[in-house]
Design a protein around this ligand. Structure first.
Ligand code: CA
Length: 228
């Protein structure tokens, strides 16, 4: 059973999350502040963490940093903080995903599932994953070949690197900073405009309707996500 640690000081939300998680066969445990959360996580390491940022005793960002010192447990932030800077700060501190309150329970659970699946399969997936198929296009990660409607799509090396990084993290929010640093290098962490240009090119080549992308999704102010 997957054990989820809910870190949240709103009792009603804790109740709603607990009921929904248990109904889907998760084990749910709750902590109402950061100190209790870190103690619980140290005593019995959870398989995933749902984390509020506005906690009574400490900032959720410090909870993320502390958890990251000792584990790679997937952390999905569930917060009312909605500015880009706040979201980026959480991702940079080590959060895996970010859901803004108010949220849809289905969406939150989908994000949680994706985060857990990634950690479970992270090691083998990188090697095993060869062909990724979507409704619109197919990517062969070994042959470095993309086809759409049976025809080869030519990508530039930069477009390919971006696409590959997203595809190797299916469903996961990949931060702007991570994409920029891995594709362009460590000094490019803030050049979000580069990303916008290249993502627009990729969508023109791969999406049926580039203005309403279905596979290469923008998470405003945060990054991008590949959905198969
Ligand atoms: Ca709160």
């Amino acid at each position: 059973m997957t054990r989820v640690l809910i870190v949240e000081d709103d009792p009603q939300l804790v109740r709603a999350l607990t009921i929904n998680l248990r109904a889907r066969k998760y084990e749910a445990e709750a902590a109402s502040d950061g100190t209790a959360a870190l103690q619980l996580a140290a005593a019995t390491p959870p398989d995933a963490v749902l984390l509020d940022l506005g906690l009574p005793d400490m900032d959720g960002l410090d909870v993320i940093r502390d958890l990251r010192l000792r584990s790679g447990v997937p952390i999905v932030v569930v917060s009312a903080r909605s500015t880009s800077d706040e979201k980026i700060a959480a991702l940079d501190a080590g959060a895996d995903d970010y859901v803004t309150k108010p949220f849809s329970m289905d969406e939150l659970l989908a994000r949680l599932r994706a985060a857990v699946r990634r950690t479970e399969t992270a090691a083998p997936a990188a090697d095993d994953m060869r062909i990724v198929t979507t409704q619109g296009f197919t990517v062969d990660l070994v042959a470095k070949r993309v086809t759409r409607d049976g025809r080869d799509v030519r990508l530039t090396p930069t477009e390919w690197q971006l696409l590959e990084l997203l595809i190797r993290n299916p469903g996961r929010l990949v931060s702007q900073k991570q994409l920029l640093q891995e594709v362009w290098g460590s000094s490019y962490g803030t050049q979000a405009n580069y990303l916008r240009v290249y993502m627009a090119q990729l969508r023109r080549k791969l999406e049926a309707d580039p203005t309403h992308p279905r596979h290469l999704i923008t998470e405003p102010g945060m990054g991008y996500r590949f959905v198969a």
